[in-house]
Design a protein around this ligand. Structure first.
Ligand code: CP
Ligand code: NVA
Length: 307
């Protein structure tokens, strides 16, 4: 039984295998419709329980489709309608009960520490579907998307512009495992978590931190960003947006990257803020493929956990 909580906790080889398995499952699926069951029903008789403390479109639907295609089923627990969220039952007891009903859990929580607490009492594997700290499933899908279009990510330059949020945390961890160069441009006040940078540097990751978005974008193979205000972000929104304004990904920024560079965004996006319409809808944007690939990566992560 294995948990998928943070990229940093997982062996390099296992992460590589998850990506390769996702790619090959995508190839096998190409002739089948989205809802058809794969010939290899690897998750037949398996149930995934999903819990969302925050909204979700992509994570919820891609996990649901992943289970469906592999012949398994899904149960969704809404904290607002259950004893878990209302405080009527301890995290400990809910975890024990879910271990009786399902084979694996995927959870999205407000606080990473609540996720960890829940995982400790669970007798079945758990997948991190986003916390305030990290979003590992998203970054795995981003790596698959990059490699599908551009080949191996090894030594490629990935640029991040904007808020150093939960997506960046997982991206930094991924840089240590997949050995790509990561250039992060953010205002001084919104720099990445100091501890994760120190950890990554000890692992000899090639990470550049800069205040200058142009330096980050220059000759990049891929430009990435995310919305400036994350779910549950308790900040002065006006002030934060003002600080981040120079980090918008627009055509001027895209022109600094390699001509064949791609644009990634985990979505949902706030068009006109962190990204302009012409970039989102432009020919370098691969955001819809990135969302599609979540299905294949989720399939592969679930199988890895259940192995
Ligand atoms: N990218 C992502 O995780 O999207 P959702 O919040 O819609 O799940
Ligand atoms: N940073 C964003 C990611 C959404 C998928 C958030 O946490 O809201």
């Amino acid at each position: 039984m294995k948990n998928f909580i943070n990229i940093g906790d997982i062996d390099k080889k296992d992460l590589r295998n998850i990506i390769e398995n996702a790619k090959s499952q995508k190839k096998n699926k190409s002739q089948l419709s989205k809802s058809s069951i794969d010939s290899n029903t690897l998750l037949k008789d398996k149930t995934l329980i999903m819990i969302f403390e925050k909204p979700s479109t992509r994570t919820r639907l891609s996990f649901e489709l992943a289970m469906k295609q592999l012949g398994g089923s899904v149960l969704i627990l809404n904290p607002k309608e259950s004893h878990y969220g209302s405080g009527g039952e301890s995290i400990h007891d809910t975890a024990k009960v879910l271990s009786q009903y399902g084979d694996i859990v995927m959870m999205r929580t407000n606080k990473h520490k609540d996720f960890l607490k829940f995982s400790k009492h669970l007798d079945i594997p758990i997948i991190n579907g986003l916390t305030n700290l990290s979003h590992p499933c998203q970054i795995m899908s981003d790596i698959m998307t990059f490699e599908e279009l551009k080949g191996p990510i090894l030594n490629k330059k990935i640029a991040w512009l904007g808020d150093a949020n939960n997506i960046v945390y997982s991206l930094i961890e991924a840089a240590t495992k997949f050995n790509f160069e990561l250039s992060i441009a953010s205002p001084k006040k919104l720099k990445p978590n100091k501890k994760i940078i120190e950890w990554a540097k000890k692992k000899k990751a090639k990470i550049i931190l800069t205040k200058n978005p142009k330096i980050a974008a220059e000759s990049a193979d891929c430009i990435m960003t995310d919305k400036w205000i994350s779910m549950g972000d308790k900040v002065n929104k006006k002030k934060k947006k003002k600080l981040l304004k120079p980090y918008q990904v627009n055509n001027k920024i895209m022109k600094l990257a390699k001509p064949e560079a791609i644009f990634l965004h985990c979505l949902p996006a706030n068009r006109g803020e962190e990204v302009t319409d012409d970039v989102m809808d432009g020919k370098q944007s691969v955001v819809w493929l990135e969302a599609l690939n979540r299905i294949y990566v989720q399939k592969s992560i679930i199988q890895w956990c259940l192995k």
